[in-house]
Design a protein around this ligand. Sequence first.
Ligand code: F6R
Length: 240
Amino acid sequence: MQVIVCENYDKMSREAAAVVANQLKKTPNSVLGLATGSTPVGMYEQLIRMCADGEISFAETVTYNLDEYYPLSPDHVQSYRFFMNRNLFDKVDINKANTHIPNGLAKDPDEEGDRYDKAVEAAGFIDLQVLGVGQNGHIGFNEPEEELYEGTHLTSLTQDTINANSRFFMKTSDVPTRAITMGMGSILKAKKILVLASGKNKHFVVSKMLSGRITTAVPATLLQTHRDVILICDKAAYEG
Ligand code: F6R
C-alpha cells in the first residue's frame, strides 16, 4: 500500500483530486467507483474546479457509487443519489445516464445487488475506486462482522455507524438502519483503489490498515490484499 500523509484536509483533498484527474486525463472513459460521506467532499470540490478550468472532463466517464440507504428514494435529501448530484454530478460535465447508484427503492434488494454487480462487470470493472473509511473500519457499508459478503447486498448498519451518520440527519432515529452496499469482493475487483482518511477519529482504522494484519473485524484491513492501493490521509489520521 502506498501511503501519502498530508499536512491537513485541504492538502489531502488536492492530492486525491490529482490522482483522479490523472486517471481521467489518461483514460477519459474511465469507470470510477465513488463514495459519499464528508471525507471526499473537498476532493470533489477540487475536481469541480479542474473541470471548470477545462483541465479535466467527465463527458465520457462512467461512475458507480458504493452504496445507498434502503429503503430511500433517490429524491430524498439524505439519499446518496441526492448527495452525489449536489456535490459532484450537477457541477461537472458528466452525462447523468452514466452515473450509477444502487436503487434504494428496489423491491428485491438481492436482485438489485446481482444487477449492480453484473452492470459493473459489463462496464469492464472499476478502473479507480475512491473510498472513505468508517471509524469502525467499515468500507462502503461492509460493517465489522465475522463473515463479509463478496457481492453487492442489503445490510444493516451498526449502531456505531448510525450514531456517526446522525450528524447528517435531524435526529438519530431518522437515520436509515439498512443500506445496499457493494461487497468487499466487488470493491477489491477494482483495478486501483484510492482510500482517503482525515481526522484523529480515523487513526484507529489507519493504523489497522497499515498493521500487516487482516481481519473482518476491521474490513478496511482487507485492502492490504490488493496490489494497487494508495492511502492518502492527513497527519491527524496518521499520527492520532
Ligand atoms: C460512503 C461510504 C462510507 C463512508 C464512511 C466514512 O459512500 O460508503 O463507508 O466512506 O462512513 O464516512 P465519512 O467520510 O463521513 O467519515
